[in-house]
Design a protein around this ligand. Sequence first.
Ligand code: NAD
Ligand code: USQ
Length: 397
Amino acid sequence: MRIAVLGGDGFVGWPTTLHLSARGHDIHIVDNLSRRWIDAELGVQSLTPMDSIQERIRIWKEQTGRQLGFQLIDIASEYERFKIWLAEFRPEAIVHFAEQRAAPYSMKTDRHKGYTVNNNVNATHNVLNAITALKLDAHLVHLGTMGVYGYDTMGAAIPEGYLKVGVLDAEGQPAEKEILYPANPGSIYHMTKCLDQLLFQFYAKNDKLRITDLHQGIVWGTNTEETKRHPQLVNRFDYDGDYGTVLNRFLVQAAINYPLTVHGQGGQTRAFIHIQDSVRCIEIALNNPPTAGGRVQIFNQMTESHRVRDLAAIVAGMVGGEVVHLPNPRNEAEENDLVVRNEQFLRLGLEPTTLEAGLLAEIVDVARRFAHRIDRARIPCVSGWTAERSLLLDRDP
Ligand code: NAD
Ligand code: USQ
């Protein structure tokens, strides 16, 4: 397949690009490198040393003989350039990662909120708009989030995107209807993913676009089979207070004897998936497109659910280390249960990587290996969910 990977320079996008290229697909990356600029803004860097995208592509060609394309385009603000490029490349599938993905960054200040909404909503709408205008018969696979559901599931399992509800029909008789699961975002970032869902519903209905939305849990780990092929193909790894996600942060913290930073009582339960499984799921989704004129296909892309304090205990138990309970900078429930249905990917052949199988290797092979690159001052989560905190941050970059 000819596949455009939007956001292919990022944490999930880069290993996905290599995974698909290794399987013989013709891959072109579109990225505006905004994530690298945000590193500069925040004064942080990936734990792993990342080369430029051009250098990464050169090494991949050297290792495999396979060519990757790269276009420097901001898909949110350069609609015409993006459309012209799409008209030339005419992909059969488009994988869309190109959004600002950190909840804490999206809550930092009013500027960061505005940036996240403008970037993410325009990016998604421009993709849909261009596919429609060009009459491209391309399957769009979007990386969404488990966070669109909210995490308060009232004891019920979260279905894959749609909820069956009881209604009364015109005669007042009980009937069943399927609706999109009610959106319940916990940050401006998560809110943009909820807005994306409505854009998908409209374009699937009105323009018969073929769309798969992957509601992904928190991705952990660093490398995949392909990124391990050469040191310069290594994936990025974020550990800072804005972009570092909870399990990867705990791994880094454990590796350098930094107390594991549990927010509040650590009663938040979240869904997780290893990066290797994430790229496999995307491949499975690409191989199983929905039919045109059908509904948006939604998969829950996660393999395990864990409570934050339990994760901290597992990691601390492996290498020793202290766990601290910090005031929670977020506006979220102290405790929640989370049961998620994920039968579709399992049925299509996903064999999940378990925490036990991967955690220790991550600590030894990645976190300890690059420990000299860790800036301890960048570990605390400083972005808060209240305007007061944001104002303070504005004055103190
Ligand atoms: P990332 O920030 O590492 O990668 C996103 C990439 O998109 C970056 O390379 C960035 O430069 C690019 N980008 C952003 N805006 C763009 C624009 N307007 N035009 C062109 N390129 C643009 O993020 P990630 O962790 O790889 O996440 C990828 C997707 O998966 C995101 O949409 C995110 O919401 C979703 N997701 C991630 C996780 C996770 O734990 N990392 C979990 C669930 C869902
Ligand atoms: N947390 C801690 N200590 C830390 C960091 C986080 O206790 O040091 C807690 C948070 O308070 C939160 C939970 O861990 O309760 C998860 O936080 P996170 O930063 O790992 O994940 P989140 O902000 O939800 O965002 C990440 C990705 C996002 C993706 C989402 C999937 O950055 O792109 O959409 O995971 S999900 O969480 O399933 O919605």
